[in-house]
Design a protein around this ligand. Sequence first.
Ligand code: SF4
Ligand code: SF4
Length: 220
Amino acid sequence: MLIDNERKLGLDDTFNFYCHPGIPCFNACCKGLTLILMPYDIVRLKNCLNMSSTEFLDKYTTWHIGAATGLPVVTLKLVDNACPFVTEKGCAVYQDRPASCRLYPLVRMKSLNDEYYHVVYEEFCEGHKQSREWSVREWIEDQGAKVYNEMNDIFMELVLGVYSMGKTLNDDEMAKFYIACYDVDTLRKLSDELGCRRKEDDVEQMLEGIKFMKKFLIRD
Ligand code: SF4
Ligand code: SF4
């Protein structure tokens, strides 16, 4: 994978790309990938598959402690080196596909005061050879990525807040972080015990979990 770090794209900058079912590389990008799942990705996917978050996490994901942040990171488990949701006809969870699938071939870089994008080039991907031009803003709109960016920013505020404190989580904090941020259905069940507000709506419960974790770890 080659990331064009030289070129920082703002929302009105453009790139050429077109991806469609007839393209010879169709589905190639859904194989051999590392797909990090954010809290909002998990809520969308588990509802798309009509599963609880606990079942979804058990069946489709694995987690590790992020080298940079020291926090739990959830990734999709591949089956035969491919995303479990790829089919001959394309993505079986297309309406609820994760943020990184939506943004591809862009990667988003976001800091407190800055937001920009890089283009990713992979040898197998023929989408770059197509002549259709997009601004980054148009791509985000077309791919339904705006709400994902907003939700991910809320989560990343927590991650960066913990990171900037240089805090190392103990086992109890690690377990709480995992439940509060990724396992919305378990969080709802344990809300009284943890002291986190209970919400019926999954997205609201996820946001409560992130808020709870912020208070618990950063205490602001
Ligand atoms: S054009 Fe790129 S993104 Fe589209 S199917 Fe081919 S490899 Fe995947
Ligand atoms: S979720 Fe869909 S688009 Fe993303 S890797 Fe899997 S099959 Fe491909």
